[in-house]
Design a protein around this ligand. Structure first.
Ligand code: ZN
Length: 89
């Protein structure tokens, strides 16, 4: 079995969205899977996108409108830290 070539994080970040959309070639998808298996940094980003996709799929059998998809994706890209706000009476 051939091993996919090693790719770096920037390469993966560039392609992860198309990877999840199933738009990459088989070879590119293999490269990403191989990298994501080993890279905690990239899996964080991919997890966020996956989670969003599952939510969308579960709540609605139809596709999310393109505008909503783009808005969520751009938010995901800008999320680094979440914080919890506690409301006191
Ligand atoms: Zn990486």
């Amino acid at each position: 079995m051939r091993e996919p070539k090693k790719v770096d994080c920037a390469y993966v970040e560039e392609r992860v969205q198309r990877f999840l959309d199933g738009e990459l070639s088989e070879q590119e998808a293999d490269e990403l899977r191989f990298h994501l298996d080993a890279c905690a940094h990239c899996i964080d980003g991919a997890d966020l996108i996956e989670t969003y996709r599952r939510l969308v799929q579960r709540s609605c059998a139809c596709q999310a409108p393109e505008s909503l998809r783009l808005r969520i994706v751009s938010q995901l890209r800008s999320v680094h830290v979440t914080h919890v706000q506690i409301h006191r009476p």
